[in-house]
Design a protein. Structure first.
Length: 177
């Protein structure tokens, strides 16, 4: 764990926040059915925790976006590695991501799915790097605002590693190639 500078949010702090967000979503969508769209790979952990705390009838779908660029920055070219393959017309859709950085990925998905005529289309993110936003995107449910640092854990990777850490940590700047 030489690549870790400091722990930002420990397991208990994350659990508490996920519980709070799930409560808000359960209240807001009461009486409705919800499709959760997990944005792979990062959101796998958050989605698994969040969905188990929702008191609603939910289904879960998975999409994967790919962006070209360096490992610790997000580029603007986004393609779909795995697209949504269910009909969302007239359905309530909530996209789930762990981190919103520039907003590019989420903006792309909003545009893509809005065309399919869902009853509602919103987003939830555990971590919001607000200072890095270049494309404004609405995040209906946001967990923590974090500073402009590269973080790992709770689904977030550095070179595909560290997704399994149960906490969110800041990567040592010296570890970044
Ligand atoms: P955006 O399109 O710039 O908002 O980037 C969103 C995606 O970039 C996230 O879903 C992550 O996969 C990745 N990302 C952004 N910041 C970090 C970070 O600090 N650690 C790990 N992945 C990150
Ligand atoms: Mg990544």
């Amino acid at each position: 764990m030489d690549d870790i500078q400091s722990i930002l949010f420990d397991e208990e702090t994350i659990n508490e926040k996920v519980r709070e967000i799930a409560g808000r979503i359960s209240r807001d969508y009461a009486g409705k059915e919800l499709i959760l769209v997990c944005i792979l790979k990062g959101a796998a952990v958050f989605t698994a925790d969040l969905m188990r705390r929702l008191t609603l009838p939910v289904t879960v779908e998975f999409v994967q976006a790919a962006s070209y660029g360096a490992s610790t920055t997000s580029s603007k070219t986004i393609t779909m590695k795995k697209n949504l393959d269910v009909d969302i017309k007239g359905k309530h859709v909530l996209m789930v991501d762990t981190i919103i950085d520039t907003g590019g990925t989420l903006n792309h998905l909003f545009a893509l799915f809005r065309e399919r005529g869902p009853a509602s289309l919103k987003a939830v993110a555990l971590l919001d790097k607000k200072a890095r936003r270049t494309i404004p995107v609405p995040i209906a449910y946001s967990g923590f605002e974090i500073p402009d640092a590269f973080v790992i854990g709770y689904g977030a990777d550095y070179g595909e590693k560290y997704r399994n850490l149960p906490y969110v940590a800041v990567l040592k700047p010296s570890s970044v190639e």
